[in-house]
Design a protein around this ligand. Structure first.
Ligand SMILES: Nc1ncnc2c1ncn2[C@@H]1O[C@H](COP(=O)(O)OP(=O)(O)O)[C@@H](O)[C@H]1O
Ligand SMILES: [Mg+2]
Length: 396
């Protein structure tokens, strides 16, 4: 379901936006518009939507219009033209009071600079939004404690912000937004001021939180690695306009413009490619209980492979067979495949990144099985597949 819809949003700063807008519609460049009218085009005709529960990362260099765009979504900035719809509601049609109420109910914002009150305890900072809403003291405290726990700061409520590290202060900022339990989080460079290691922690934390929270998140970042890691989809902005919208994989493998291609050139492809995109889906398997050694041997011969995964009737993974073991079994006149099967095998999930597959594949002499949460076999990765998938996409 579409949660946020942006239609041809334009934001122009200056005292003759009408004239500038007209020039923009005529196809004049924003540099030209600025030179001729003195107006600054912050956002130049942006359209996209964000689905419920999705993380969309708006990404672009400094000055590309990211902050302006995100502020247009909840009308902290008044768009010059275009439409913004949240849950089907035309945000631009709301009156001042309605807008304030709408913002409070729907949106949480987290900025790069945490803007905590230094003289209020951490828990009081987290309670701030609830206090404004007139929520009573006990309920406020309960919600604040809960959201502090969510961001990993249980027990820190009685401290003052100055006693916390930068990373922890940013968590307080996040907790403050979460305490209001908004449907939508607008996060503008929320992690950009943090040290790289802490930043990665926060990214992991957000991904974990999102599994349970299922918020709709618009995350602003100028860092491509961060965007690729967090975004279900990315919106790449240049000069206030969209260069490309797509999943990480689409952006990396099918850059829409020369600009995007240059942008993604430096990316380490092994961090983005996942087991799911590399694996072979239709590998022959042996069925436990119905297949015997001869069938297993035939399947291996047919596929020119020296090992074969074994699944139960419901397609859950049971183990693996090696050709020598199966031959021995057959020679002994045995029919029960399970006697030759090895059960202790390494598996990965569909979202395992390629760079984590290398060390795993180094350690084992058989292919890696990709399984889902129910341990059902979804695909198989052999070394050759891993290397060719990476080479194909321009990695080393
Ligand atoms: N309040 C403002 N008044 C005038 N120009 C602004 C204002 N805010 C942003 N801009 C201009 O709009 C453009 C986009 O800025 P911004 O949205 O802050 O970019 P980003 O967040 O991608 O770095 C820039 O040229 C910036 O100078
Ligand atoms: Mg910005």
């Amino acid at each position: 379901m579409e949660k946020i819809v942006l239609k041809n949003v334009v934001k122009i700063f200056g005292d003759s936006p009408k004239k500038a807008l007209h020039m923009l519609q005529e196809g004049d460049s924003i540099a030209e518009i600025s030179k001729k009218t003195g107006n600054v085009v912050g956002v130049a005709d942006v359209s996209f939507s964000v689905n419920e529960g999705e993380i969309v990362v708006v990404m672009g260099l400094s000055g590309s219009g990211k902050s302006t765009l995100v502020r247009c979504i909840n009308r902290l900035f008044e768009p010059t033209s275009g439409g913004i719809y949240v849950d089907g509601q035309d945000v631009c049609a709301l009156g001042t009071k309605e807008l304030r109420e709408f913002r409070r109910r729907k949106f949480g914002m987290v900025f790069q600079h945490f803007a905590l009150f230094p003289h209020r305890k951490v828990v009081d900072n987290v309670e701030f939004g609830l206090e404004i809403q007139g929520v009573d003291k006990d309920q406020r405290r309960e919600k604040a404690e809960k959201s502090l726990e969510m961001v990993g700061l249980k027990g820190w409520g009685e401290k003052y912000p100055g006693e916390l590290s930068g990373g922890m202060q940013q968590r307080v900022g996040l907790a403050r937004a979460l305490a209001l339990d908004p449907d939508i989080l607008l996060m503008d460079e929320a992690f950009s001021a943090l040290d790289p290691l802490i930043r990665r922690d926060m990214q992991d934390e957000l991904i974990n939180l999102q599994h349970t929270m299922q918020k709709t998140i618009v995350f602003i970042s100028h860092d491509l690695d961060e965007a690729l890691k967090l975004g279900d989809r990315l919106v790449i902005l240049k000069d206030g306009a969209v260069e490309q919208i797509g999943t990480s994989e689409e952006i990396l493998t099918k850059p829409a413009t020369e600009y995007v291609r240059k942008f993604v050139e430096e990316v380490d492809i092994t961090k983005v490619l996942t087991a799911e995109t590399i694996m072979k889906k239709s590998e022959d398997v042996a069925y436990l209980g119905s297949d015997g050694p001869q069938t297993a041997l035939r399947k291996m011969k047919k596929n020119a492979i020296s090992s074969l995964f074994v699944v139960n009737r419901d397609h859950t993974l049971a183990g693996i067979l090696f050709v020598d073991d199966v031959r021995r079994l057959a020679d002994q006149g045995e029919t029960d495949l399970e006697k030759a099967m090895r059960k202790d095998i390494k598996t990965v999930s569909a979202d395992t990144p390629a760079h984590e597959l290398f060390p795993i594949m180094q350690d084992i002499s058989y292919p890696v099985a990709v399984v889902n949460e129910q341990n059902k076999l979804k695909g198989v990765i052999v070394k050759g597949l891993l290397f060719s998938a990476i080479a194909e996409r321009g990695g080393e």
